[in-house]
Design a protein around this ligand. Sequence first.
Ligand code: SF4
Length: 374
Amino acid sequence: MPERVIPLADQRYAAAVPRIPESTPPPTGRVIDRLGRPLRDLRISVTDRCNFRCSYCMPKELFGKDYAFLPHSSLLSFEEITRLTRLFVAHGVGKIRLTGGEPLLRKNVEELVAQLSTLRTPEGKPLDLTLTTNGSLLARKAQALKDAGLARVTVSLDALDDMVFRRMNDVDFPVADVLRAIDRAMEVGLGPVKVNMVVKRGTNDHEIVRMARHFRGSGAVLRFIEYMDVGASNGWRMDEVLPSKEVIARLQAEFGLEPLQAQAVGETAQRWRYMDGAGEIGVISSVTQAFCRDCNRARLSTEGKLFLCLFATRGHDLRALLRGGCSDEQISAAIAPIWQQRDDRYSELRSALPREHDADAAAPKRVEMHYIGG
Ligand code: SF4
């Protein structure tokens, strides 16, 4: 099929330019994928580094102290991220989530937040700027992030017990410091803070009720995430997944809960509220109740590759276009057809996929979560 040629000022990047069928007219404005899903959310990984070693994302055995992270020169600069984001906004993006690795490890990340906070949707609205963090640096940075224009934060916390927490993230970091950071984030107005707990059967599921009891009435929204087969490194097994149905059953046994409506199309969490008014919780059930049909999320890796699914095996190199001297029009004309051709729905297909695929060294590997963010 004839392909559209994207003229590059700097041919060193030619090999990485996304292939776009000639027949796809360069669209402007909002774009819809092959399953009728509009592009709405952009998750931007600002670093592949992290100071935790969560077993479901960056197991220490594989990401040890000698692990070679990306050199700084290959990371997108704040200016490059902002330029690309502006082009995505023109195609319908209204919500940005900054992720990593651990995004607060990226030096002066609040400057990026400040740049992104100047962008407006075609209707003139500010972007919904959010960030997901492990909380280790949040207490120190919360005020600066808020002042720079960040709207909300999501903090990962997999247990209240320090031993269990350590078993999940393989570092010696006190839970108390993460709890202090959550309080600080709420103090400065980065709430309602969402707290994400990845539940691994046999490791931390006995902490579910205790976590709920701790955050009830706090104003924070606790979400329980089913353990997922992200990347190719976490040794995922189905028998370590605790279905959300069981999480809700355990909580129902302690507290009266009732389901709530979704707040937006494409929301990943199913919301439940405590019937005594003590707030709400959520469950994110990618394994047992896939939510691909409304998935409107694109992901930008820390070195400028566009991924269309958390479980993708390949990305589209937009950095090559940026550094290859392309104009905004040319880059925008490259982004749109990539989304339009999207038909990803991995979680819906997961159970039909042969697991041997994972053991097959020749098979394309799913991208690592620390590289594109959750
Ligand atoms: S599996 Fe992929 S397509 Fe489905 S919800 Fe997750 S990111 Fe979206």
